[in-house]
Write a protein that binds this ligand. Structure first.
Ligand SMILES: Cc1ncc(COP(=O)(O)O)c(C=O)c1O
Length: 386
């Protein structure tokens, strides 16, 4: 039976809240799987990683899956495997976690940001294509919050010879137009960080249908070795442990049920919050199966009944013991890291506005009906719509 381990030591979990934002789904099966690995004496990459890769490949609809020790490592390996390097430009979104873009810098390539679609909060593949120039080698598109990118836009990019990386770090188990997340781009990347829908504590996966890309990624994660102790290319230690893979295999078995629970929670919020002036619930295009890593809505203070803005709503929720999160408070182009590229405030007005309006509500599969109702009640009161 699954236990909901509420006394986890994660800094993301505030046990004082009656509606916590995140509760990892971990039970005795994970404990037993880890114990078996410890007893086997094979702790580093071994048979558990190989089995996890096979099972994940089957879930993602890709012939090849290469386990990594983080999502960041998977994105880094994807860029290397697609031969993105110095002098290349990579078109991407400024409204994401830093690790969508930092591996571009690690490869000494240049991120080129493009503003986002206000409905999906994401860089539309068609907008990405319009921004591609002669120096553009690749695009990194994100399945933001668990909503996969539009496959029809990706086809156009591929036809122009632009390499497409799908950062599916938040989208395990999602689909669009029948295609699993991670199989929409040429290369997909996943994160299994502690708060993700499928966790191994830390971990990642690269998926692809291109054998040479999988082979390059395997080399990259293992010090660039071809034969043992033959160093062919620059590589890193990006290997996953068998301990992590054993947890991941159990989590894989929970994924479908957990995904359905997240979608049912989202449907409840959509129904209860959708009609409130000033609140825009997440947009889900037809044909999409959203993974709801986050349920992020926007709050427009010009429209809410009492004029409350996002920060006032968040403070009210906290007072009423309802957790919430802001992903992301500051778009990437405004951070000092990207200033040398010439970016600054005002460059991407949609991303900058959404950053002031976005709010993530608790959506995890352990939520009980009373907690969902409490969240809705508190939010309605916060905006004067009670
Ligand atoms: C969109 C996105 N890209 C990349 C990453 C990096 O993954 P990791 O934290 O496993 O390195 C994450 C997760 O944190 C993410 O949410």
């Amino acid at each position: 039976m699954v236990q909901w381990m509420r006394r986890g030591r994660s800094h993301m979990i505030d046990s004082e809240l009656s509606v916590p934002l995140v509760v990892p789904q971990l039970g005795e099966e994970e404990v037993a799987a880890v114990a078996a690995v410890l007893r086997s004496g094979q702790l580093a990459q071994g048979p558990e990683v190989a089995a996890f890769e096979r099972e994940f490949a089957s879930l993602s609809g890709c012939p090849f899956a290469v386990a990594m020790n983080s999502g960041t490592a998977a994105i880094h390996a994807a860029l290397e495997a697609l031969d993105v390097g110095g002098g290349d430009e990579v078109v991407t979104t400024p409204f994401t976690f830093a690790a969508t873009s930092t591996p571009i810098l690690m490869q000494r390539a240049t991120p080129r940001f493009v503003d986002i679609d206000p409905r999906t909060f994401n860089l539309d593949p068609a907008a990405a294509m319009a921004a591609c120039g002669a120096a553009t080698k690749a695009v990194v598109l994100v399945d933001l919050f668990g909503l996969p990118i539009d496959p029809s836009g990706v086809a156009g990019l591929k036809a122009r010879g632009i390499r497409v990386i799908e950062d599916a770090c938040q989208a395990v188990g999602a689909r669009r137009a029948g295609i699993p997340a991670g199989a929409i781009g040429e290369v997909g990347t996943f994160s299994f960080y502690a708060t993700k829908n499928l966790t191994t504590g830390e971990g990642g996966m690269l998926t692809t249908g291109i054998a040479a890309v999988a082979e390059a990624a395997r080399r990259f994660r293992h010090h660039g070795q071809g034969e043992r102790y033959e160093y062919v290319t620059l590589g890193y230690n990006y290997r996953m442990t068998d301990v992590a893979a054993a947890i991941g295999r159990v989590q894989l078995g929970r994924l479908a049920a957990a995904g359905s629970a997240r979608r049912a929670n989202a449907a409840f919020y959509d129904q209860e919050l959708g009609g409130i002036p000033g609140i825009a619930t997440p947009y889900v295009p037809a044909g999409s199966v959203h993974a709801y890593h986050q349920y992020s809505l926007t709050i427009d203070a010009k429209e809410t009944p009492n004029g409350a803005n996002r920060d006032a709503v968040r403070a009210f929720l906290a007072e009423h013991r309802v957790g919430s999160g802001i992903y992301y408070p500051t778009p990437l182009h405004v951070h000092p890291l990207f200033a040398p590229l010439g970016y600054g405030p005002g460059d991407f007005p949609i991303a900058e506005r959404i950053a002031t309006q976005i709010l993530a509500l608790p959506i995890h599969p352990a939520l009980e009906r009373a907690q969902l109702e409490q969240t809705v009640r508190a939010l309605r009161q916060a905006v004067g719509a009670a």
